[in-house]
Ligand binder design. Structure first.
Ligand SMILES: [Ca+2]
Ligand SMILES: [Ca+2]
Length: 256
């Protein structure tokens, strides 16, 4: 009789654990940025921003909504460990494995808003003039070896702004090694988001920051600017968040 009671108790405990696990799993609200960063929410507020350092079984094979540049689509995600680094696989419609670059996805009912944005890497004359103008404020004459421009309405006033990501990592003597992300308002005003001058003595570990999304990560109905950052070719992709107050950008939402 004792043995029967013991087994029954264990079965009931297991059942409770499984129910709790399923309930907890399906009710977690989180945002994933790339393979590296997870933002969890409680009562529509950010609870934690942290790096994914180990495979979390609660997230493995979860259904997520992945941003495709325009909208969100259904995916499933699975994690694997590759030479000590956590990596992830994405399955479109939870079926077809798809290779993805830097990705933004969410799970749950938080409905992250992402600004529509048009990107180009073709520099026209006015881009060239603006880049020269912006670089002069850093005492750099010349232009950039890499250029990307995103056009979007960051403050949702019906007028578009542009965000430029430029950098220069060529090895010509006396070249400046910089990475610069700035916003240009519709009237041509240039506002810095992030500027780094890299150390020319340490090639290969240049910091490289790039605009990725304007998304309302903290759910306050204003977009944050999200930059991806890597400190060298093999380093982990991390993310920087900035708020725009109409005249300047402030870095916010530190990763713990
Ligand atoms: Ca605007
Ligand atoms: Ca926000």
């Amino acid at each position: 009789m004792k043995k029967f009671l013991c087994i029954s108790l264990i079965v009931i405990l297991y059942a409770i654990l499984i129910i709790y696990f399923i309930f907890y799993k399906s009710n977690m609200n989180f945002v994933l940025l790339g393979n590296t960063t997870i933002i969890t929410y409680k009562n529509n507020e950010i609870k934690e921003i942290s790096y994914i350092n180990k495979i979390n079984k609660r997230l493995d094979y979860e259904e997520i909504k992945m941003h495709n540049g325009e909208d969100f689509e259904k995916y499933c995600i699975s994690f694997f460990n590759f030479e000590g680094l956590i990596n992830s696989k994405y399955y479109k419609d939870c079926y077809e494995e798809v290779e993805l670059d830097s990705s933004l996805a969410y799970h749950g009912d938080i409905n992250i808003n992402v600004a529509k944005n048009r990107q180009t890497s073709v520099m026209n004359n006015s881009d060239y003039t603006l880049i020269n103008q912006a670089l002069q404020t850093k005492n750099i004459s010349g232009t950039a070896s890499y250029f990307n421009k995103s056009t979007l309405d960051i403050d949702e006033d019906g007028v578009n702004e542009s965000i430029y990501t430029i950098n220069n990592y060529s090895n010509i003597e006396d070249d400046k090694f910089f990475n610069y992300v700035f916003l240009v308002e519709s009237n041509g005003t240039i506002i810095d988001i992030n500027y780094v001058q890299n150390n020319e003595e340490t090639p290969g570990i240049y910091e490289r920051n790039e605009f990725r999304w304007a998304a309302d990560i903290d759910l306050d109905n204003n977009y944050e600017i999200i930059l991806s950052t890597v400190k060298g070719d093999d380093s982990r992709e991390e993310f920087l968040f900035y708020k725009y107050n109409g005249t300047s950008f402030n870095q916010v939402l530190e990763v713990e």
